[in-house]
Design a protein around this ligand. Structure first.
Ligand code: HEC
Length: 119
């Protein structure tokens, strides 16, 4: 009896796992090298955000880790922007980009909270 329940349960778990996107290793690999396509934005990202958001050990949500970003995005862009500007937890004010505009932060957040579709 139990056996008959176990197999479908396992299948469902496996399928659910697939829908959660990339596995941890793929995610860390992506985060370690990802760059915004726009060169100016890439420059800022490389200078300011990448040091923390490209590796898991800093406590920062990883670039491309949509599951980690989702609850943060739910706060709304205004809150996210004020957290970046004021500093938040382990993140210093302005995420170390003192001359960044709100619109640049917004684009950086959009880039960092997104994992690219498989080609
Ligand atoms: C010195 C490390 C560091 C740098 C540099 C840094 N961050 Fe962060 N960031 C963090 C950490 C740590 C958190 C998580 C803080 C927490 O949840 O306690 C975070 C969280 C965030 C959040 C989510 C805030 C929230 O309300 O949940 C945003 C947005 C963000 N960073 C954007 C940026 C941007 C944009 C840059 C570059 C301009 C940047 N960060 C640079 C460490 C950093």
């Amino acid at each position: 009896m139990l056996k008959h329940l176990l197999l479908p349960a396992l299948l469902i778990l496996t399928l659910a796992g697939c829908q959660q996107g990339p596995d941890r290793a793929a995610l860390e690999q992506y985060a370690s090298t990802a760059m915004p396509a726009d060169t100016e934005l890439a420059d800022i990202y490389q200078r300011s955000c990448q040091a923390c958001h490209s590796r898991g050990s800093t406590g920062a949500p990883l670039t491309g880790d949509e599951a980690a970003w989702e609850p943060r995005l739910e706060q709304g862009m205004d809150t996210l922007l004020s957290h970046v500007v004021d500093g938040f937890g382990g993140m210093p004010p302005y995420g170390l980009c003192m001359d960044c505009s709100a619109s640049e932060f917004e684009h950086l957040i959009a880039f960092m909270s997104h994992y690219p579709e498989a080609p």
